[in-house]
Design a protein around this ligand. Structure first.
Ligand SMILES: O=C(O)CCC(=O)C(=O)O
Length: 267
C-alpha cells in the first residue's frame, strides 16, 4: 500500500470513511477556515510561546526542538468547535460507535515541530491499551489539524498505510513510511492501529504547527485527564453534546461517569 489518500470536505462521507478504513489514514482538505486557524493560533499563542523546546535525547518518545501544549479545550473555544466538526463526527460515528454507546475526546495537544527535530518514534495510538492483541478492535480515531502547511521537510506526520491490519510481529520497512503533506486548514485522520509519528524537520527556520485531537471509546480511560484539564464549573457551561464528547456525559446508558453537579454549583 502506498501513499495517503485525500478527499475534499464536500466529498461523500461514506466514501471518505471507506478510504480511511482501507489505508488507515486520510487527508481531508479545507475543514478549517483561515479564520478558524487564526483563532486557534491566537487562543493558544501565549501557551505555545511559553512552551520550551528541550534539546534532543534520541531515546525520548518526543523529539527535542518540539513545543507541546495540552488542555486545548479549556484554552480555545474555536478548538472546541473543531473537536466537533461534522466530518469528525461522521468519521467517529462510523469508526467508534459500532464498539461503544458513545465516544470521547482522548487527548488534545498543540504540536510545533521545529528545525532540527528528528523523526518521532513510530507508535500506535492504541498502544495505550495493551490488553488487546494486535491487530486490535477499533478503539481510537486520531486527527491532526494543520495549523500551518505540513511538508515532507518541515515535520509532516509519518504514516505507515495499512499497518492497522498488521500482526504484532510484522516490522515496518523504511520505504513503507510516508509523510503527510497538506495545507493549513486540512486534517489528517488516522486509525488508532496505524503506525505513525511526527516527522523530522530538516528546514532551517520553519516550524510545523499541528493540533492533534484523538477520540476513544467512552468506556476506556482518556489519555488526557479532561476532568482536570477542564474545570467542572466551566464544563457545566458548555452545550450537553460538547460536555459528553469531553467525557462529562452521564448519558451513556451504562452508568459510567455518574456524578452530581450540585456541590460544584453550591446547591
Ligand atoms: O506531531 C505529529 O505529527 C504526530 C504526533 C504524535 O504522534 C503524538 O503526539 O503521539
Amino acid at each position: 500500500m502506498t501513499g495517503i489518500p485525500s478527499s475534499e470536505s464536500s466529498d461523500d462521507v461514506d466514501h471518505m470513511y471507506a478510504l480511511l478504513a482501507d489505508a488507515g489514514a486520510l487527508i481531508v482538505h479545507g475543514l478549517a477556515t483561515a479564520e478558524q486557524v487564526a483563532a486557534v493560533r491566537s487562543d493558544l499563542a501565549p501557551h505555545v510561546e511559553a512552551a520550551t523546546a528541550a534539546p534532543d535525547n534520541p531515546e525520548d518518545f518526543y523529539s527535542g526542538h518540539t513545543h507541546r501544549v495540552t488542555a486545548l479545550m479549556h484554552r480555545s473555544p474555536t478548538a472546541r468547535d473543531l473537536m466537533m466538526h461534522p466530518i469528525v463526527e461522521a468519521m467517529g460515528e462510523r469508526h467508534l460507535t459500532p464498539n461503544c454507546k458513545t465516544w470521547t475526546l482522548n487527548v488534545s495537544a498543540a504540536l510545533e515541530v521545529g528545525p532540527g527535530a528528528r523523526d518521532q518514534i513510530l507508535h500506535r495510538e492504541e498502544d495505550l491499551y495493551p490488553f488487546f492483541e494486535l491487530p486490535r478492535p477499533n478503539l481510537i480515531l486520531a486527527s491532526m489539524w494543520a495549523m500551518s502547511d505540513f511538508t515532507i521537510d518541515n515535520g509532516g506526520t509519518q504514516i505507515v498505510p495499512g499497518s492497522h491490519t498488521w500482526p504484532a510481529d510484522r516490522k515496518v520497512e523504511p520505504q513503507e513510511i510516508v509523510r503527510a503533506e497538506m495545507p493549513a486548514g486540512s486534517v489528517l485522520f488516522w486509525l488508532g492501529g496505524v503506525l505513525h509519528g511526527a516527522g523530522a524537520n530538516v528546514t532551517d527556520d520553519e516550524w510545523r504547527y499541528g493540533m492533534i485531537l484523538t477520540y476513544n471509546l467512552s468506556f476506556l480511560r482518556q489519555e488526557e485527564n479532561q476532568h482536570v484539564s477542564m474545570p467542572l464549573a466551566d464544563a457545566l457551561q458548555l452545550p450537553p453534546g460538547m460536555q459528553a464528547r469531553l467525557g462529562f456525559g452521564q448519558d451513556n446508558g451504562d452508568g459510567l461517569g455518574l456524578f452530581d453537579p450540585r456541590p460544584v454549583l453550591g446547591l
